[in-house]
Design a protein around this ligand. Structure first.
Ligand SMILES: Cc1ncc(COP(=O)(O)O)c(C=O)c1O
Length: 382
């Protein structure tokens, strides 16, 4: 990132931590053998892969190495979890899926695909903070339900869902529960057994690892049909494994385990300071998401009367977002902001600032000053 830019878009992606890069580099340049190869270097690569898998397993509190399947990221993990379980159920009448309106596009598009293939999909509502009421999940479950998929934390408004409470319900009904934890893993200490989930998605590039590697936790015994048949990843995924990526993901998780505890309050305090400064400069603005159950680094701010895209264009020294990175570039206002009840005009007036490991007080001061003065001097749109 250029020195002249303050980066506040950690929910879109994070820089690769130097320690992560150092861990993965030898597997690109020297120890590049394929872990499936029979020779000595291949066996050493297989051993490194086993160690990486063990680290991911430990970081998630899983019990068996075979419960971890490496994927190309959270998008693929979400696809595998949803398509894989929907099409593998031993019950022929299991053709119903429950999700929420604020999931990442990779979940919504997969549910849409299943719906066009004849499955029924129920979308349980969220409240104006973006929280799911577990009682609504209980009501939506039918004898046909195979899977509930609810994200752990939202990528736009940062709202954290009561996953353990939802798991208590899905278990009682013998229904599978998947959670997309791509955003949650950086801030929350995740244990798949404490949470009670059957499937959980993570991605390295949200936690200071490289893009293009992630993992799906699949509880042992969960019926799941691979999307590409083959022998790698315990038969759940085919294709040569991205060994350097797996080493990087494991190292990113190892670092998180030691640093998350002191980073989380530091980042939350900076985020609150940024919110205070912006609300002081822009008293008509408001914060989206749950006040109590929100990711520490997330600030979704609606500044009525502005056009967020124009504001971002007017601030070349800030890397901030409007809506989620995956959805930006589309003219449509964010589906997440619509689901929490924001009218289109407010959705288009919403910016997302997300803080991370390299954010400092001076960044916050600069961003608050620049946004405050830019809004004050910009005439309202059209
Ligand atoms: C909640 C959530 N799920 C899934 C994804 C997709 O992750 P990946 O880029 O690893 O496919 C993202 C990334 O924006 C995300 O925020």
């Amino acid at each position: 990132m250029s020195h002249n830019v303050v980066y506040l878009d950690y929910q879109a992606t994070t820089p690769v931590d130097q320690r992560v890069l150092d861990a993965m580099l030898p597997f690109l340049t020297q120890q590049y053998a394929n872990p499936s190869s029979p020779h000595q270097p291949g066996r050493r690569a297989a051993s490194a892969l086993r160690a990486a898998r063990r680290q991911v397993k430990t970081s998630l509190g899983a019990e068996h190495d075979t419960e971890i399947v490496f994927t190309s990221g959270a998008t693929e993990a979400n696809h595998l979890a949803i398509l894989g379980t929907a099409t593998a159920s031993p019950r022929p009448d299991a053709d119903h899926i429950i999700t929420t309106p604020i999931e990442h596009q990779s979940v919504l598009a997969t549910c849409d695909h299943l719906s066009r293939a004849g499955y029924s999909v129920t979308t349980v509502p969220v409240d104006h903070h973006g929280r799911v009421n577990p009682a609504d999940v209980a009501v939506a479950i039918t004898p046909h339900t195979v899977l509930v998929s609810v994200m752990y934390a939202n990528n736009e408004i940062g709202t954290i869902q009561p996953i353990a409470d939802i798991a208590a319900i899905t278990r009682r009904h013998n229904v599978l529960l998947h959670t997309d934890a791509a955003q949650a893993i950086g801030a929350l200490d995740i244990d798949v057994n404490r949470l009670g989930v059957d499937l959980l998605t993570i991605s390295a590039h949200k936690i200071y690892g490289p893009k293009g590697i992630g993992a799906l936790y699949i509880r042992r015994g969960t019926p799941l049909r691979p999307q590409y048949a083959g022998s790698q990843e315990h038969g759940f995924r085919a294709g040569t494994i991205n060994l350097p990526g797996t080493i990087a993901l494991a190292e990113a998780l190892r670092i998180l385990a030691t640093e998350r505890e002191h980073e989380t309050p530091r980042i939350a305090q900076l985020r609150d300071s940024l919110a205070d400064r912006l609300l002081a400069a822009l008293p008509h603005a408001h914060i989206n998401g749950s006040p109590e159950h929100r990711l520490p680094g997330n600030l979704s701010l609606t500044i009525p009367g502005i056009d967020a895209a124009d504001l971002i264009d007017a601030l070349p020294d800030l890397a901030i977002s409007n809506g989620s990175a995956c959805a930006s570039g589309h003219a449509k206002p964010s589906h997440v902001l619509a689901a929490i009840g924001l009218p289109d005009s407010d959705a288009r007036a919403t910016i997302r600032l997300s803080l991370g490991r390299e954010t400092r007080e001076s960044d916050i001061e600069h961003a608050a000053h620049r946004i405050g003065s830019s809004v004050a001097t910009t005439p309202p749109p059209g």
